[in-house]
Design a protein around this ligand. Structure first.
Ligand SMILES: Nc1ncnc2c1ncn2[C@@H]1O[C@H](COP(=O)(O)OP(=O)(O)OP(=O)(O)O)[C@@H](O)[C@H]1O
Length: 593
């Protein structure tokens, strides 16, 4: 059997098994048609890179033909080239030349090509030194073309889109097809239609395979539903560079009321990850060093800017994380006993508020500065469950009944296992979940909820501290965000600035707490209005110099926490017993001059 026949049989066999034959060319066997096809394909495939060569060839051939047929056309050619170059420079934006430099380049190429064609038509292509000018000029003008970033990006996208049918077949999504694609600053985006019966979840499960098939780096591919939410469409994003590569400084609070959604940081498309915390419990998870505390700082920066929320906090790492915010925190518990007492009080508040709502014929507690929401931020929730197991009943009550009365929990923990979250229903009541990087895939479901890993919430692939996935009623698709970063100086400065606007607990809650204390005096509590401190404050204000006493000084004399002091000062000023003399300086209204 001849070699050619052997090869054909082999190819036939491969096709029967669904395999593509490999074309092998050697000197003995001539496949002129195949070789021509391969060359033509390459010329087409690399048409963008070869465009300058094609243009030079077209100019040379046109010049030769025009010189023979219509050498007298040269003035018209020159005029046409000038008008075209001028039009491109002025109106080039309409044909997609968005940048000025691109319009100037297009005008320069048109004018140079037109001028050369004019000369070649009049004088002939071989007229010296026209051939040299064509080759040298063509080479010089080709350099910006070859170097142009947007063109190269577009070519790459086109190639990958053209290869999609094969990729789709290889990754197990046969029949899906690209509908449109654009190159953007970070890489490219394309909209795809799915074959019958395929879902976006199927695509998400295939992300690692798609990354491999496209030859990108790990973590470069994002899959999301399209804006029209069609079940048989999806958007694919492929990143060349990570938009979240650098830390993003906090731009300051995005809210002034708890009724507004808080901006945690930008998603990869630069839109804000905004989430509402009113009447919602939150869970923040992630391994040590993944940026949980950073996330809590963003939260605290925003919560402390809200005049209609009282912040209580539990930080059993001896207040290390939340201490810098102490001036904005109404109550800070740093021991298991204090934490337990605080949660007990939170339940007292919630019950009193519920009663008050019923008595006033209202259904929900609408936060205002006079009737503020109460948010309890718990750092390292697991330690609370370990060290204060008796508090489990209270956290459970808050989780189940806190929403209507605006008493909510925000818990941060490394792994919210059932043990860490206590026995009750706390975790299932958390509507806002923020997952920073987790160590194991199964932790995704622990933090974000059952089935989320399979639905494409790949928190284990987050590759830098501060990167997070956000699940909330208004965020139901996995999009990567990066939390803003607050430096220690920003935290200190923000806490100082916001300390003066912190509201006090409302009358209803305060009265309930006072009553609870009287009936159960053994419960250890942090007194908010200690009599001795009150006396010390009155005396200090009375004895203040004309320019008043600074808050730091008053804090030292009264031993009050900063928020309590500010609250009392605001009350005294309102009642006409004290006056604010300057920035952060106070004295008694009737003090001896
Ligand atoms: N949003 C962010 N952007 C950039 N870098 C960040 C961000 N958040 C945290 N980091 C960096 O990561 C480091 C660890 O972050 P952080 O202390 O918040 O982690 P953590 O999850 O709270 O860890 P631990 O549980 O040990 O407290 C920080 O020192 C900081 O440099």
């Amino acid at each position: 059997m001849s070699r050619t026949r052997q090869m054909r049989r082999h190819a036939h066999k491969m096709r029967r098994h669904g395999l593509q034959p490999v074309v092998i060319i050697d000197r003995d066997d001539k496949f002129p048609d195949v070789a021509a096809v391969l060359v033509a394909r390459a010329l087409w495939r690399y048409r963008s890179e070869l465009a300058p060569v094609y243009l030079v060839a077209v100019l040379a051939i046109s010049g030769a033909v025009l010189h023979v047929v219509h050498p007298e056309w040269w003035p018209w050619l020159l005029g046409a080239a000038t008008v075209a170059a001028w039009a491109l420079a002025i109106f080039g934006e309409r044909v997609g030349l968005v940048r000025r430099i691109e319009r100037l380049y297009a005008a320069a190429v048109t004018m140079s090509g037109g001028a050369w064609l004019t000369a070649a038509t009049a004088l002939g292509v071989t007229f010296q030194p026209l051939p040299q000018i064509l080759v040298c000029g063509g080479s010089v003008l080709a350099v910006p073309w070859w170097a142009h970033r947007r063109r190269r990006a577009k070519v790459r996208v086109d190639r990958q889109i053209a290869a999609w049918p094969e990729i789709a077949q290889a990754v197990g999504l046969p029949g899906s097809r690209a509908q449109s694609a654009v190159a953007d600053v970070w890489g490219w985006r394309a909209r795809f239609a799915l074959a019958r019966g395929q879902t976006i979840q199927d695509v998400m499960a295939k992300i690692p395979a798609i990354e491999s098939a496209l030859g990108t780096f790990r973590g470069a591919v994002r899959v999301s539903p399209t804006r029209d939410e069609k079940a048989n469409r999806f958007e694919l994003r492929v990143l060349d560079t990570d938009p979240h590569a650098d830390a993003i400084p906090w731009p300051g609070p995005s809210v002034s009321s708890i009724t507004e959604p808080i901006d945690l940081g930008p998603f990869e498309d630069a839109t804000s990850a905004r989430v509402l915390l009113l009447r919602r419990h939150g869970l923040i998870g992630g391994v040590a060093g993944s940026g949980k505390s950073g996330g809590i700082n963003v939260l605290m920066g925003n919560l402390s800017a809200c005049r209609d929320v009282v912040i209580w906090a539990i930080d059993l790492k001896r207040g290390m994380e939340l201490q810098p915010w102490a001036s904005c925190i109404d109550r800070l518990a740093t021991t298991p006993e204090q934490a337990q007492a605080m949660l007990r009080d939170a339940v007292t508040v919630l019950e009193a508020r519920a009663e008050w709502l019923t008595a006033n014929g209202r259904r929900i507690w609408d936060p205002t500065p006079e009737l503020p929401a109460l948010i309890i931020v718990v750092d390292e929730y697991a330690e609370l469950a370990d060290d204060a197991p008796d508090a489990a009943g209270d956290t459970d009550s808050i989780a189940r009944r806190g929403r209507a009365v605006a008493v909510t929990l925000v818990a941060a923990t490394q792994r919210p296992t059932q043990k860490a979250m206590g026995k009750g229903a706390v975790r299932s009541q958390m509507d806002v979940r923020v997952s920073f990087r987790v160590r194991e895939r199964k932790d995704v479901d622990l933090i974000l909820g059952q089935g989320m890993l399979n639905a494409g919430w790949h928190a284990h692939t987050l590759n830098a501290p501060g990167k997070f996935l956000l699940s909330a009623p208004e965020h139901d698709t996995p999009r990567r965000g990066r939390a803003y970063l607050l430096t220690d100086a920003t935290v200190a400065e923000t806490a100082e600035r916001h300390a003066s606007i912190r509201p006090a607990l409302d009358e209803v809650s305060r009265r309930a707490l006072d009553e609870a204390r009287q009936t159960a005096p053994s419960v250890p509590v942090t007194p908010s209005r200690d009599d001795r401190a009150e006396t010390a404050l009155t005396e200090a204000l009375q004895g203040a110099p004309d320019e008043g006493l600074p808050v730091a000084h008053l804090m030292m004399l009264t031993q009050m926490s900063r928020p309590t002091l500010y609250r009392r000062l605001a009350e005294l000023v309102k009642a006409g017993h004290a006056v604010q003399v300057g920035r952060g300086r106070y004295k008694a209204a009737d003090h001896a001059r």
